[in-house]
Design a protein around this ligand. Structure first.
Ligand code: NI
Length: 187
């Protein structure tokens, strides 16, 4: 089971590497890696388990954050409309790629956080509001999906980890809270 002790923090060189593509058919090791990553996110959102194991809540995790330089991300975005409903997006993505994106940009109004960053970094992280991505799932099937708003931001944050990019790399140093008028601010 993955805990916070398994997550490397900013400053670790693996977080700055370009991660390797995952070969298919999927090895047992790479399948389990995905399972464990998704389990971590679910546990981190469970009030009892997160307390018991001292997990910081997360909606996304990338394999490089476990010091494993492979192109694997897990996404677990709860259903914002019904508390007990199916998650909005619960998926392990291998070799995810952004195929296209909107011209419209967006940022989360309160800024972003990261399980590998133990401090609050204020500032807007301006990303694309809509993305179209492809990835392979755990059954080796290629999927193409479109995402917008918050889920699109989360997936871009995680794909960045596969390319050695941290969220604060996108923050305007001179003016961290500046966004052009046409950037959608997400609450
Ligand atoms: Ni992160």
């Amino acid at each position: 089971m993955i805990t916070m002790d398994d997550i490397i923090r900013e400053g670790h060189p693996t977080l700055r590497q370009i991660a390797e593509e995952v070969p298919f058919p999927l090895s047992e090791e790479n399948r389990e890696l995905g399972d464990n990553m998704r389990e971590f996110l679910k546990n981190s959102q469970d009030p009892e388990l997160s307390e018991k194991y001292q997990l910081r809540g997360g909606v996304g995790l990338a394999a490089p954050q476990l010091d494993i330089s492979k192109r694997v991300i897990a996404i677990e975005i709860p259903n914002m409309e019904e508390e007990d409903g199916e998650p909005f997006l619960s998926e392990v993505m291998y070799n995810p790629k952004v195929l296209s994106h909107s011209v419209q940009q967006a940022a989360i109004e309160e800024g972003e956080g990261c399980l590998s960053v133990d401090r609050h970094v204020p500032g807007l992280v301006i990303r694309n509001n809509k993305i179209s991505i492809s990835y392979f799932n755990q059954d080796g099937e290629k999927r193409n999906i479109r995402l917008k708003n918050y889920p699109a931001i989360v997936v871009q944050h995680e794909i960045d980890h596969l390319n050695g990019i941290m969220f604060y790399d996108h923050i305007n140093e001179a003016n961290p809270n500046y966004a052009p008028d046409d950037v959608l601010l997400i609450q």
